[in-house]
Design a protein around this ligand. Structure first.
Ligand code: SAH
Length: 231
């Protein structure tokens, strides 16, 4: 699937993902159009290629079509006022898209929205904050509507939960129980699970706290692991 949606510009990349049926909603297209991927990569001349790109420290910014899939699957849980956790936030790109999905100028609840990103490489969290500022999100950071911290994302960030939506950007060997606990009722998590073979699993918690897991499709992500094991 990689390369398929590559464009010469951010707008063309998004248009190609819509044509390919990867982006199905106007809301996801509009949110991704507000976030310039060139602000979140090390090599801006290939920013609009539909492929992952190394960002240093053994990490990659995921391919645009994976970010689009994540946004589409979490969409019904992303509203003004929602709280969202992005585990393994890396470049900060998806934090920005998720933030845009929680903003609606006509809805006063927008200012209560919160996106929390966590990555265990402090150099990446610092860089992601610079990227978010370059992309015009300085005020959202300063006012606490976006927060990016360094730490072990497998434990989540309980102090800002529960979360309407959780995105995990690295493959967990087994389902992290702390993250399920931090899902709101209702809430949804989009998480790659597995080691050699990995699948995206959609975890839904209903209003009564019942949890169901649905495998979606096969993927290849960097592992959700210990900091000293990441190369
Ligand atoms: N979604 C991001 C990054 C994907 S790469 C983007 O597209 O830019 C996966 C990220 O998960 C890396 O940045 C890596 O440092 C981070 N990571 C891996 N294990 C982690 C852990 N236990 N806690 C927090 N972050 C972790």
């Amino acid at each position: 699937m990689a390369w398929r949606c590559t464009g010469a510009t951010n707008a063309e990349l998004i248009g190609n993902m819509a044509k390919a049926g990867i982006i199905n909603s106007e809301r996801v297209a509009a949110a991704m159009a507000k976030v310039d991927r060139a602000n979140y990569v090390r090599f801006p001349n290939t920013a609009y290629e539909d492929s992952p790109q190394p960002i240093g420290h053994g990490a990659t910014i995921s391919a645009p079509h994976m970010h689009a899939h994540a946004a589409e699957h979490l969409l019904s849980f992303l509203k003004p006022g929602s709280r969202v956790l992005d585990v393994g936030s890396g470049s900060g790109y998806l934090c920005a898209v998720l933030y845009q999905l929680l903003q609606d100028p006509s809805d006063p609840k927008s200012s209560e929205s919160k996106v929390v990103g966590i990555d265990h490489i402090p150099e990446l969290t610092e860089w992601s904050i610079e990227n978010l500022r370059k992309d015009g999100l300085g005020p959202a950071l300063d006012e606490g509507r976006i927060k990016v911290i360094s730490g072990d994302g497998r434990k989540g960030v309980p102090e800002d939960g529960p979360y309407d939506a959780i995105h995990v950007g690295a493959a967990a060997p087994t389902m992290p129980k702390d993250l399920i606990e931090q899902l709101a009722r209702p809430g949804r998590m989009f998480i790659p699970v597995g080691t050699h073979s990995q699948q995206i699993v959609q975890v839904d918690k209903d209003v009564d706290g019942n949890v169901t897991e649905k495998p979606l499709f096969d993927v290849m992500y960097v592992p959700l692991t210990d900091r000293d094991k990441q190369k």
